[in-house]
Ligand binder design. Structure first.
Ligand SMILES: NC(=O)c1ccc[n+]([C@@H]2O[C@H](COP(=O)([O-])OP(=O)(O)OC[C@H]3O[C@@H](n4cnc5c(N)ncnc54)[C@H](O)[C@@H]3O)[C@@H](O)[C@H]2O)c1
Length: 264
């Protein structure tokens, strides 16, 4: 089935790599006009050229940048129907080990940026006849991982923001749905680097953490596992779904042992 989001305009943040890249590729393949943004110009431009999308440099923590991106989309497309607040960073650290600066950086890229993106995109989405906002959260805010305190806080905030926005859009009569996706462990640059970052944070001994090997970690997903859900939530197939959380983790939050072993 192709063309599931045909004619819709989509904005994907953090679209240069990992899940954002997969989301942008899947939305473009299903007929959306995709704008992808990132702080990584080279990778973002390459993906955009490959899929016939538009790349724009954007640091999602910058409020004025959000206003500019929405103004540019208004000028170039006159509409916005799909917003994927995907950009995020993970800086491992426990409550005693994490610096306040690292904590705030994670909250800024996931939570503050989701607030800003929705704040500035919703008026255009409402004027476009409505649409779908998809916020990338995580199972990290649902489970008890000592080593990612700031990341858990950031993703917990994304959950709460998502529900409030969904309610606001219903109360306002906008035809805008807002849902969150909570990936488990998906094989992207983020996950490939997290072992090294945990070593640097002193959470594991040097050499004690390895990038997950897909062959050995049965709960390690691939980016298309998330992109499939993004396309569903972006399309009219999910027209009656809002204010919901979609845990996409291969069962990891029910059977967490393999991943825990991998990170120890
Ligand atoms: N990979 C996983 O296992 C996993 C699990 C749960 C949640 N998530 C979430 O999914 C999202 C994507 O994760 P990923 O694994 O693809 O990460 P990734 O690190 O592989 O890619 C993230 C992309 O976001 C961009 N980015 C970072 N900071 C930015 C900023 N300030 N402004 C704009 N772009 C920025 C990066 O340049 C990169 O291209 C994140 O929100 C992450 O927290 C990922």
């Amino acid at each position: 089935m192709a063309g599931r989001v045909a004619g819709k305009v989509a904005l994907v943040t953090g679209g240069a790599k990992g899940l954002g890249e997969a989301d942008a590729r899947a939305l473009a393949a299903e007929g959306a006009k995709v704008v992808l943004t990132d702080v990584d110009d080279n990778a973002g431009q390459a993906v955009a050229e490959d899929i016939g999308a538009l790349f724009k440099r954007q640091d999602v923590t910058d409020e004025a940048g959000w206003q500019q991106i929405v103004a540019e989309i208004t000028a170039e497309f006159g509409a916005l129907h799909i917003l994927v607040n995907n950009a995020g960073i993970v800086l491992p650290g426990s409550i005693e080990g994490q610096t306040y600066a690292d904590y705030r950086a994670q909250v800024a890229v996931s939570a503050d940026a989701t607030f800003l993106g929705c704040k500035y995109a919703i008026p255009l989405m409402a004027d476009s006849g409505g649409g779908s906002i998809i916020n990338m959260a995580s199972v990290a805010s649902k489970l008890a991982y000592s080593g990612i305190v700031g990341y858990a806080a950031a993703k917990g905030a994304v959950e709460g923001i998502t529900r409030s926005i969904a309610a606001h859009c219903l109360e306002s009569g906008y035809k805008i749905r807002c849902n969150s996706i909570h990936p488990g462990s998906i094989n992207t640059p983020m996950v490939q680097n997290v072992g090294r970052q945990m070593e640097e944070a002193g959470l594991v001994a040097p050499g004690g953490a390895q990038a997950p090997d897909p062959a050995e970690v049965p709960v390690l997903g691939v980016p298309s596992n998330i992109a499939d859900v993004v396309v569903f939530l972006a399309s009219d197939e999910s027209a009656f779904i809002t204010a919901q959380e979609f845990v996409v983790d291969g069962g990891m939050s029910m059977v967490p042992a393999p991943l825990v072993h991998e990170l120890q």
